[in-house]
Design a protein around this ligand. Structure first.
Ligand code: PGA
Length: 361
């Protein structure tokens, strides 16, 4: 292996406060295996997903030394689970147990009146191996899509509050503080304040309402309890990066997300660092120095929480405009163990090249 090629399987060592990758023999069970995962988001009907996977495997004959993962929408999971059966993959493509089926999300309760949700045991029952938890599409965008923002703004209108006040006054056991607050807001001198508050909250929730760190923690627990590995996403938005709050935010997301994950279970967790400003069409991937710096930060945090041995083994992926022409350089970084890929994972040749770290043959 020459110096220009990133290692496929490796050990990680920490000397003089610096992490390094050291090449390992293919097949060594204690080596770290890179993991390249495609998040198809809300794209592809089931048979189109199978067709895409088949084309990717065509380009990836005999690749055994990296793990690859596919995250179709819920509706595509069963069909893909049947298709990527290990004996078939070994016979047809010379690959096998290094292909993983991923779900894009899970719910934290196991059953009940939760219309539209899917539980971790349901996912495990149809052959899902790993589940993505805390993707930024879910951490931030739900307020906008599901109308939390406009419904909060509506509740801060004069008409709504007047009507509510009359209704609440007829009830027993209403906290006097609640009535006093509504009366205060409705006072003529506060009308401008009320309007400003409604606009402020509508904008805030539009930008930020989504899954909380606590909900994400419960999802992590539910997945692990059901034998699913977790890909826990974290990442800052542009505002936090510009305000130099990246590390503070990641610290919070990861400490809360991982709370309750015991040491022996931690190797079942993969972390994905996905800066929101680097995701999606029109954005640029994070610069290599920033990726390296954040991955070091995350690994040091894991060292604090779980000790050096576990921190060295946990895989940390990068996500945000990963493409065939930048994956090679990313994979050379000591802290990067793979990628979570969005749009490029929908193109068979691009994703196959990414699985090959950008090499075309
Ligand atoms: P992208 O998406 O590769 O299209 O930027 C990454 C992600 O959202 O996981």
């Amino acid at each position: 292996m020459n110096n220009e090629t990133p290692y496929r399987n490796y050990y990680r060592q920490r000397t003089a406060n610096q992490w390094r990758k050291i090449p390992a023999e293919i097949g060594d069970p204690s080596a770290i295996r890179p993991f390249l995962a495609g998040n198809w988001k809300m794209n592809l009907i089931p048979r189109a997903g199978v067709a895409l996977a088949a084309r990717i495997f065509d380009f990836c004959h005999d690749i055994k030394d990296v793990d690859m993962g596919f995250a179709p929408p819920f509706t595509g999971l069963s069909t893909l689970a049947d298709y990527i059966e290990p004996d078939f993959l070994r016979r047809e493509y010379g690959i096998g147990r290094n292909v993983f089926l991923l779900a894009q999300d899970t719910f934290f309760e196991s059953k009940g009146a939760f219309t539209g949700e899917i539980s971790a045991d349901m996912l495990a029952a149809i052959g899902v191996d790993r589940v993505i938890v805390g993707h930024s599409d879910r951490r931030a965008n739900l307020g906008k899509y599901f109308g939390f923002s406009s419904s909060v703004a509506r509740r801060l209108s004069k008409e709504f509050l007047t009507h509510t006040l009359a209704r609440l006054k007829q009830r027993e056991n209403i906290e006097p503080q609640v009535l006093a607050t509504i009366e205060h807001l409705l006072h003529e001198k506060n009308h401008e304040v009320l309007k400003g508050l409604a606009t402020f909250l509508e904008n805030e929730l539009n930008e930020r309402a989504g899954e909380s760190d606590d909900a994400i923690q419960r999802k992590v627990q539910a997945a692990l309890r059901n034998g699913l590995q977790v890909i826990l996403c974290c990442g800052e938005n542009r505002e936090a990066r510009d305000a130099h709050e990246t590390f503070k935010l990641l610290d919070r997301q990861l400490r809360i997300g991982l709370e309750g994950v015991a040491r022996p279970t931690m190797p079942e967790v993969i972390i994905a660092y996905e800066p929101i400003w680097a995701i999606g069409e029109g954005a640029k991937p994070a610069p290599l120095e920033q990726i390296a710096e954040v991955h070091d930060f995350i690994r040091n945090l894991l060292m604090d929480l779980y000790g050096e041995q576990i921190a060295a083994r946990v895989r940390i992926l990068y996500g945000g405009n990963v493409k065939p022409d930048n994956i090679g350089d990313m994979m050379k970084l000591a802290g990067v163990d793979g990628a979570l890929v969005g749009s490029a994972s929908l193109n068979a040749t691009d994703f196959a090249k990414i699985i090959r770290f950008g090499l075309s043959d």
